[in-house]
Ligand binder design. Structure first.
Ligand SMILES: [Ca+2]
Length: 372
């Protein structure tokens, strides 16, 4: 391509990496690229070819304003070097950019990102076919939220409402909010006249209330999860005192406002009912209860294994003594675990060796003679 030679090494790399088709590139990348392109146009608006004889060059060459030299300048700075998505897109749209440059210039974003590449949608539209977002008085999502995927070929078009609002067009009061009476009147008037609704007629309830008639804690009608209604107030549920809490082993339940959390037991515990070693259900290996204290028995010199070559082994709530490595217990004492020396019968050793040999030889011969 006519301008590709100037960043050929980058294009070689990009070609290898460009497995994904342009259509999957997000609208945001295209918008960013076209915005950057327009900035480049503005930046080069007052430039010319420069050099010693501008008049001559403008006479012999195309005017700078519509020249490929200017386009190359813009293209080269359209993407930051580290912006992979932008560079990939730029590589794949060089034909379109050149076409756009040569024609009567329409809006680049609209022409390129919406019409040519089909990566984006016009405002107020979403999804592959650019369907209309839900709209009501006040505009898209009643002006009180945003349409999921608006302006792109993605999304489901559902309204994501501003805090306090809910419903298809964000006209309902969300949980945890109530409609103030005075605002309600004004808002109805505004809606009747098809004017833009007043900003935020919904006000937050007390933090524990799901439904309420005012911001105070005693104006609740319903409570958020973790709270229970009592005399129009929402009272914290103590999950730890009920079967509601579920905590993993070796943790304990800690009640909090509107919820609970599970906290780790002390290292001296196997299971516990609270923080610290005094709340253990059982002692961890190497610890035993002593008054209100849990101690490592093996670290206590007085009760550590007193025998020679013995090692103290901590157990759950107890301990025992074993012979150290390389020793075995023999007659209650830990002795070196070397194999015992070979011992032979005293009757063999009490017989003189030559006699034994003679017996074997002549005994065998007499047996042969007898057979013959
Ligand atoms: Ca609670």
């Amino acid at each position: 391509m006519w301008w590709a030679w100037s960043f050929l090494p980058a294009l070689v790399l990009l070609s290898e990496l460009s497995v994904v088709r342009v259509q999957t590139a997000p609208c945001q990348t295209c918008r960013k690229l076209t915005d950057s392109f327009i900035e480049g146009l503005e930046r080069t608006a007052n430039k010319n070819f420069g050099g010693g004889n501008t008049a001559w060059e403008e006479e012999k060459l195309a005017k700078y304003a519509t020249s490929e030299t200017r386009l190359l300048e813009i293209v080269e700075s359209a993407c930051e070097k580290a912006d992979f998505e932008c560079n990939r897109l730029l590589e794949q749209i060089e034909d379109q950019v050149e076409t756009w440059w040569q024609q009567e210039a329409p809006d680049l974003f609209e022409w390129l990102c919406i019409e040519q590449l089909r990566l984006c949608c016009p405002p107020g539209r979403f999804g592959p076919d650019c369907k209309e977002c839900p709209s009501g008085p006040g505009g898209v999502c009643g002006g009180l939220g945003r349409c999921e995927g608006e302006g792109t070929r993605l999304g489901d078009g559902d309204c994501v409402c501003d805090p306090g609002y809910s419903g298809h067009l964000c006209q309902s009061c969300a949980d945890g909010y109530y409609r103030e009476k005075s605002s309600n009147d004004n808002n109805s008037l505004y809606l009747t006249l098809s004017l833009i609704p007043l900003p935020s007629p919904f006000v937050a309830c007390y933090h524990s209330c799901k439904k309420c008639t005012g911001p105070q804690d005693y104006k609740c009608h319903d409570c958020k999860p973790g709270w229970i209604l009592h005399d129009n107030k929402c009272v914290d549920v103590d999950e730890c005192g009920t079967e509601l809490a579920r905590c993993p082993s070796n943790t304990y339940c800690h009640n909090t406002d509107g919820s609970y959390d599970c906290r780790g037991c002390d290292q001296a515990c196997v299971g516990c009912m609270g923080s610290g070693p005094a709340r253990c259900k059982k002692c961890a290996r190497g610890y035993r209860i002593k008054g209100a204290k849990y101690i490592d028995e093996c670290s206590e010199r007085a009760i550590a294994c007193p025998g020679l070559n013995e090692a103290c082994i901590n157990e759950e709530g107890s301990f025992h003594c074993e012979c150290a490595d390389g020793f075995i217990r023999r007659d209650s004492i830990c002795v070196d675990n070397k194999p015992p020396k070979m011992q032979f019968s005293s009757t063999v050793f009490s017989t003189p060796t030559p006699l034994v040999i003679m017996f074997v030889i002549f005994g065998s011969l007499s047996a042969v003679e007898a057979d013959e």
